[in-house]
Ligand binder design. Structure first.
Ligand code: PMP
Ligand code: GLN
Length: 380
C-alpha cells in the first residue's frame, strides 16, 4: 500500500526523543517540561472523592459546568474579562487539543497562519494537516522580541490566523502590554483571528503581570485563548486544559471538539473545580517558580554557560558559545550520553533549524535535582 503522508517532514517530537534518551542513559532529565515533585495532596484527595462517589461517566461535551464556572471566575479575577461558562469556555484534553481544534475549526486549505519562531512544536503540524500555509517569523535575538513591522509586512489577504504564546516556550520570555496593543492595532477591523497559547499564564516573574489577550477588548472578539492546568497544578499527566473565546468562535470550536474527543476525564474536572475555589492555588505560582529560577541561576553562576533572560515559564535557556561550536542537537545528545544531563536544543523549534548555540533546561525540579544538574554544568 502506498502511504501519502500528510506530514512527510515530521518525525517524533523532541520531547519524546530527549526524555527517552535521558531514561536510556540514566541522565538527569531537564529536557521535557514537567515537574519532578508531586501535586497537592488535597487535589489527590478530591480525585478520590469524585471517583469513589461515582462520577465516572461522560462529562458534558463542553466540560463539567462547575469547572467552567471556576475558569470564568479565574479569568475575571486575573484579567477582568467576562467569559460566559455556558457558551464561551470549553474544557479540552490539554492545551494541545485546544490548539489543534482551533486550527481544525478555522483553517481552510490555503489560509495563511503567522507563527513566531522558535515555535512550540504542535502548531505547525496542525496547520499543515489542515492545508494551511505557515508563515514563520523569527523572534528577534537577543530577547526573543516580536518585530511588529515584520508582522505587518507578512500579513496578506490570505492571512487567517496569528498564533502567539506568552509566556513563551522555549525562550522563557514574555510579551509586554505594548506588544498586545500592537497586535490589537494590526488585527482590528480584519478577519484575522488570534490563537493565544497562555499555558504558563501564572508563571510571570519579577513583579510583572501576565498580558493575557483577555485584558484587551479589541482582541477578545477575534481571539481564542488556550490554557492548560498541567503547569498550574503540577500535573502535566492529567491533560486537562481549556479554551475561552467569544460565543461565535466557540460555537465553531465545539463543532470540531465534539467529534475529536467529545469530552474530557470527568472526575478529575470536578476535583479541579473544587480545588480552584482557593485562588492561592494559582496566584502564588509565580513566586514558587521565580524562587526555582533564581536558585538554579545561583547554582550555575560559575559555569561557562551563559543565562539568557527568563521572565516567565519554567524554562531557562543557556548559551554555550564559550564552550563549543557543535550543533545544539549534537551537543544536547552528547551532554545526555556522556555527562548525564538532558536538555532540549533550540534549533528544533525553527523551520530552518537555525543554530544559536542555545539549550533549554526545565527548572520545575526539586532543589536536589537542580543541584545535581548544576554540578554537571559547572564542570563543563
Ligand atoms: N503550549 C505550550 C507552549 C506548552 O509548553 C505546552 C506543553 N507544556 C502545551 C501547549 C501543551 O499543553 P498540554 O500538555 O496541556 O497539552
Ligand atoms: N510542553 C512540554 C515541553 O515543552 C512538553 C510536552 C510534550 O511532551 N508534548 O517540554
Amino acid at each position: 500500500m502506498q502511504i501519502h503522508s500528510k506530514l512527510p517532514q515530521v518525525g517524533t517530537t523532541i520531547f519524546t526523543i530527549m526524555s527517552g534518551l535521558a531514561k536510556e542513559h540514566n541522565a538527569i532529565n531537564l529536557s521535557q517540561g514537567f515537574p519532578d515533585f508531586g501535586c497537592s495532596p488535597k487535589l489527590l484527595e478530591l480525585t478520590q472523592k469524585y471517583t469513589s462517589e461515582g462520577f465516572n461517566q461522560y462529562a458534558p461535551m463542553q466540560g463539567a459546568l462547575a469547572l467552567r464556572e471556576q475558569i470564568s471566575a479565574l479569568i475575571q479575577n486575573c484579567y477582568g474579562a467576562e467569559y460566559h461558562p455556558d457558551t464561551e469556555i470549553t474544557i479540552t484534553a490539554g492545551a494541545t487539543q485546544g490548539i489543534y481544534t482551533s486550527i481544525a475549526a478555522f483553517i481552510h486549505k490555503g489560509d495563511e497562519v503567522i507563527v513566531f519562531e522558535p515555535a512550540y512544536d504542535c502548531y505547525i503540524p496542525a496547520i499543515e494537516v489542515h492545508g494551511g500555509v505557515v508563515k514563520p517569523i523569527a523572534l528577534e535575538y537577543p530577547g526573543f522580541t516580536i518585530n511588529w513591522t515584520k508582522v505587518k509586512n507578512a500579513m496578506t489577504d490570505k492571512t487567517k490566523m496569528i498564533i502567539i504564546n506568552s509566556p513563551h516556550n522555549p525562550s522563557g520570555t514574555t510579551l509586554s502590554e505594548h506588544d498586545l496593543l500592537e497586535l490589537e492595532k494590526l488585527v482590528s477591523g480584519t478577519n484575522v483571528m488570534v490563537v493565544s497559547d497562555e499555558v504558563y499564564e501564572h508563571m510571570v516573574f519579577d513583579g510583572k503581570a501576565h498580558q493575557s489577550v483577555a485584558r484587551f477588548k479589541g482582541l477578545v472578539s477575534q481571539s481564542i485563548i488556550v490554557s492548560s492546568f498541567g503547569k498550574t497544578i503540577h500535573a502535566t499527566g492529567w491533560k486537562i486544559g481549556y479554551v475561552a473565546a467569544p460565543k461565535e468562535l466557540m460555537t465553531e470550536f465545539r463543532k470540531v471538539h465534539q467529534f475529536l474527543v467529545f469530552c474530557v476525564n470527568h472526575p478529575f474536572q470536578l476535583a479541579l473545580a473544587d480545588y480552584l475555589k482557593d485562588e492561592t492555588t494559582y496566584k502564588g505560582l509565580h513566586q514558587f517558580y521565580q524562587a526555582k529560577r533564581d536558585y538554579f541561576k545561583g547554582l550555575i553562576a560559575t559555569s561557562r554557560f551563559e543565562l539568557e533572560p527568563c521572565t516567565g515559564t519554567y524554562f531557562q535557556l543557556l548559551n554555550y558559545k564559550k564552550i563549543t561550536d557543535e550543533k545544539d542537537t549534537d551537543f544536547a545528545i552528547r551532554l545526555t550520553k556522556e555527562k548525564g544531563l538532558a536538555s532540549i536544543p533550540l534549533s528544533v523549534f525553527y523551520s530552518d533549524q537555525q543554530q544559536q548555540q542555545l539549550l533549554r533546561f526545565c527548572f520545575a525540579k526539586k532543589e536536589d535535582t537542580l543541584e545535581k544538574a548544576a554540578e554537571i554544568l559547572c564542570k563543563i
